[in-house]
Design a protein around this ligand. Sequence first.
Ligand code: AVJ
Length: 331
Amino acid sequence: MRNPEKAARLTSAAVAPATPVSTLAEDVRAGLLSRPRWLPPKYFYDDRGSELFEAICETPEYYPSRTEAALLAAHGREIMEYARCDHMLELGSGSSRKTRHLLDACDALSQACSYWPFDVSAQMMLDAGAALVQDYPWLDVHALIGDYTGGLSNLPLPTTGRRLIVFLGGTLGNFEPGAARGMLEQIAALMRDDDLLLLGVDRVKDSAILEAAYDDAAGTTAAFNRNVLRVLNRELGGDFPVDSYRHRAVFDRAHARIEMRLAARHAHRVTLAALDTTFDIAADEEIVTEFSHKFTPQSLDALLADAGLALDRHFEAPAGAYSLVLARRRA
Ligand code: AVJ
């Protein structure tokens, strides 16, 4: 066990993108000038959006978060005993709430490790980190502030010690297949033979269950979806009539993905002052705001293999509703 007196057990560092990350203005111009029009889902997560997402996780319809948490609670000890990691890097760590199942397992196993959360929301990470070093006297937290879509090659990880890379929440599903493969290849590049990836992904299932999960009766997901227009209005001097958009969530079985869209109730013109551009939106025209890809054991295996990874352990929720997998680099 580490000496609790050890000085700075909570550190933070900014991580520069390895590849240029397009700006909000660039993404919005490209997306809204395309057909169909689209907006990247990462812009959902301003403070209001993050709150709404936490509220979505509490809705009866949105099962992925609680199902993943149950898998982590049930298998956390087995996973950490098997991984025996010295360093745990988590992509998109957010509140690190679910990660506590893994840290509790380390505690129970008297197996110390250091934790490297990597996320854009610095304050959320530092608040979570302060609570973690308080609750786990043996833990060091090194918060990495940045956008993991800008690449992982600049991460200041220790060169020695076993790594466990954690990517939870089904967030890999937001990437289109090519980008998902690219993300996994970047992760594989951080791994040596003894290192592991812990990945959480949602599974293909009945369309009604999937569509309900993305269109809850209370309208929380609808508010989350519309919130991206508030972000554009605030950040780009826009005049989107937010309430003139209907929320839609459709499961496209051919692409095995949920598509979230915003549909205009009537025709209108939108001006984004910061882009010095106007857009004429037709009645019932849609803006695609998120893809959430769902996997089968076969499609997950194939995606991992394409990225040079091999499935090692598979923890499945009842009825195959969700998958938590451990993968290692393919020999
Ligand atoms: C946090 C990205 C995994 O795609 O299921 C929840 C976000 N979108 N409800 C998902 C989300 C609509 C969520 N991820």
